[in-house]
Design a protein around this ligand. Structure first.
Ligand code: FAD
Length: 490
């Protein structure tokens, strides 16, 4: 496997090869319109937004749950692994096959129904995230989870990664909106789950296609806030920004967005947009408060403003909706700004307790400087979710060096009591760090779950789970109740 690079020279494509036995069987079962078997077609399904994996043996484009069942049973009979795929916008290599596999790409499963009276949406796995709010809005409803990729990512991919976004501090992540799930297991059996005491659906959410293929979900909708207010504050030290955030939250503010950018990130965006961002600042916060009642929204913003001023921040309140949009343009422009510096980037995604944030940002900055690679940091500071981005040019900077820095970033998170991922998942990219981050008892329990739902290990092999530890291999001194947690609360 290799990081996404720009230096690959495509091999000449042959379309005249005979069908593989699996492709022939799937074509017989589903018809040629739903099966991609030529090398030219399959090449497009071997990677996601970060990782180039193996070109799949065959690709199926199901249009119904029945198609998924047929594909899974055919792959099982052929002994071929299965990789689920949405829009392939994933940043941890989850949808990139690591073995010769059948890829089931959900992009044609786009049925979407809105049940306004119940405030629910029923979406097939391939529905684009943004389409749900677009369909709900005429009914006075929205679907709050907002991964920045919402124009391209699918709800199936969001569920498999338990995607978050800038609004998740107040509104929660994808899994918080799931009322029911339909999934197909490794044997091709269909399961209908509602959230409840025995929350099997909760296990599927965030399992990155390793426990089952999600075909449909019933999602909770809510009413959009009537009022939103915005401010930007900048600080001479990251610690001041982190303290301001903690103080505002302790005082009762629950901002709907609470974003952080470090000096390198602000510099990159300012180089790109030239809108007068404070280049000299070590930390910039962008904050929205929202709600039904204007007085409360203003009050919450005042709490944030007071905390920022108290910790030495300079504050600029947006005077109008247009002003607010201009401030948020800075945040939305991070990706294109970074693309101007280096052609590739590894978008890291750690969560640390907010109390450690300043130290974590400093340590990671120092590691970046020592590595000689360009590194910028930004993130959803309310949740302690930090995205250190390693920028690199594959023609000049080796992927080993990038991986090494990514590993060091992960180790900083672990040392500070954090976790390896807040929203992008573990996938293939961080699987190798799991044994350092998760205790043996928990790894063994995760494998027990995997064996129960996918005994042959056919679903998305090589993702999330580190090498297996069986329960009889765990020494008694490795069992510590303190360690059994995958959670890092800020
Ligand atoms: C510019 C950019 C910004 C981003 N911003 C955010 C952000 O703010 N927050 C965030 O959380 N993520 C973000 N991401 C990452 C990515 O968009 C999310 O992880 C998203 O949820 C992936 O959806 P997808 O449809 O592209 O899934 P894919 O990348 O196709 O797949 C992701 C994983 O889900 C599995 N999978 C896909 N569909 C199914 C299914 N139906 N059943 C079972 N498993 C399935 C795949 O096997 C893979 O493991 C961003 C990515 C980019 C490129």
């Amino acid at each position: 496997m290799s990081l996404m690079t720009t230096k690959r020279t495509p091999k000449p494509v042959s379309t005249s090869r005979p069908l593989s036995p699996l492709a022939a069987e799937l074509t017989r079962l589903l018809g040629p319109q739903k099966v991609l078997s030529s090398r030219a077609e399959r090449l497009n399904y071997g990677y996601d937004a970060i990782l180039v994996g193996k070109t799949p043996l065959c690709v199926v484009l199901p249009e119904s749950t029945a198609d998924v069942v047929a594909a899974v049973r055919a792959a099982r009979a052929a002994g071929v692994p299965i990789v689920g795929r949405g829009a392939a916008s994933g940043l941890s290599g989850g949808a990139a096959p690591l073995e010769e596999s059948l890829v089931i790409a959900f992009t044609r499963m786009t049925r979407l129904e809105i049940f306004a009276a119940q405030r629910e949406a029923r979406a097939q796995a391939g529905v684009i995230t943004l389409a749900i709010s677009d369909a709900a809005r005429p009914h006075g409803l929205v679907y709050p989870p907002d991964p920045a990729s919402f124009r391209t990512s699918t709800i199936g991919g969001n569920l498999a990664e338990n995607a978050g976004g800038p609004m998740c501090f107040k509104y929660g992540v994808t899994g918080d909106y799931v009322k029911a799930l339909e999934f197909v297991d490794a044997d091709g059996e269909v399961h209908h789950l509602t959230r409840g005491a025995f929350d099997l659906a909760g296990l599927l959410i965030g399992s990155e296609g390793t426990l089952g293929l999600i075909t449909e979900a019933t999602l909770r909708l809510s009413t959009p806030p009537r009022f939103t207010r915005t401010l930007m504050s900048h600080f001479a030290e990251v610690g001041q920004a982190a303290q301001a955030v903690s103080e505002a939250i302790a005082a009762g503010a629950v901002p709907s967005k609470l974003e952080f950018m470090d000096r390198a990130c602000v510099g990159a965006v300012e180089d790109y947009l030239q809108i007068g961002l404070p280049r000299e600042a070590e930390a910039v916060l962008l904050v929205d408060t929202d709600g039904e009642d204007l007085a409360t929204v203003e009050e919450e913003l005042a709490l944030v403003e007071a905390a920022c001023l108290h910790h030495g921040g300079k504050v600029r309140r947006a005077a109008s909706d247009a002003d607010s949009a201009a401030l948020w343009r800075a945040r939305r422009s991070i990706s294109p700004s970074l693309g101007r510096i280096r052609p590739q980037r590894m978008n890291e995604d750690i969560v640390v307790p907010r109390s450690s944030l300043a130290e974590v940002v400093r340590e990671i900055k120092a590691l970046g400087e020592a590595s000689g690679l360009r590194l910028v940091q930004f993130g959803h500071i309310g949740d302690g979710n930090l995205h250190p981005n390693i920028l690199f040019d594959p023609r000049r900077e080796s992927s080993e060096k990038v991986h090494e820095l990514a590993h060091q970033v992960a180790q900083v998170a672990i040392r500070h009591g954090g976790v390896l991922s807040g929203e992008h998942g573990i996938g293939a990219m961080k699987r190798g760090f799991m044994a350092e981050a998760v205790d043996p008892v928990t790894i063994s329990a995760l494998w027990s779950v995997k064996h129960a739902l996918d005994p042959q290990g056919r679903l998305n092999p090589g993702k999330i789970l580190p090498d297996e530890i069986r329960s009889d291999e765990i020494r008694s001194d490795e069992i510590s109740l303190d360690e059994i947690s995958l959670d890092a609360r800020p």
